[in-house]
Design a binder for this molecule. Sequence first.
Ligand code: MN
Length: 273
Amino acid sequence: MDGTNKRVLLAEDNLVNQKLVALLLKQLGLEVDVVENGKQAIKAAQETVYAVILMDCQMPEMDGFEATRAIRKLELLRGSYSPIIAVTALAMVGDRARCISAGMDDYISKPIDRQMLKIKLNHWMQKDFVQNNQELSRKYALSMEEFAMQKELPINLAELEEFYEDDLADVLKTFVETTERLIVEIQTCITRREDQNLAHMAHELKGSSAAVGAKELAKLGLYLERAAGLKDWSDARETCNALENAFFSLKRFLADRSKDDSSHGEAILPGRD
Ligand code: MN
């Protein structure tokens, strides 16, 4: 582990987890401060600039998301930045997005794997990496927040219909074909580890999805763009899987709808898949 600051904060309300993780951290040669809720975490972060903060998401009094938002605000004023690793029992992409939108940098799931914890700590205790992410985090946190709250239909057809009327089928056909192609290119970029191309494709996907109101896809595109910026390939792969699933549901949604609608006019989607 590099650097001079070896002090880490562990915010965790579960006593057993607290003991276990604190021990792991000490075994790694780190100094550990332990708090048991979000309010105490903010107070500790006010007093000390930590090398890393491990933040349980679910805590009484104040949860990890709210505490992270508050810590990011106070850091902005102070000009400091501590990487915050979310510790969560929820291992789903939606919750990862929630962690990122709150301003967390990374995420580790419970029960904490010793080796994984070591890898993440090593990673986040490198200064240049933290600096890079500080910029990315400020760039993406706000827009992530906008997207993270939305959970509705895969696409808002009513709104689109009003706007495009008879051209809607054509617009959607183009959108589906473009997205299909982009997803293939995204997969290739991930396999070849081409981060800049990936960021570009993810940006395209985010833009076209947002344009037709496919919010889940747009959110995942944004998330993927961020993963590309961080060269976080496991995150990119995971997000890409979520993207494929979301796109699959969207296509099914459109196909079902065009079946209902087939009495008047042409089907929205070509019959493939
Ligand atoms: Mn908890």
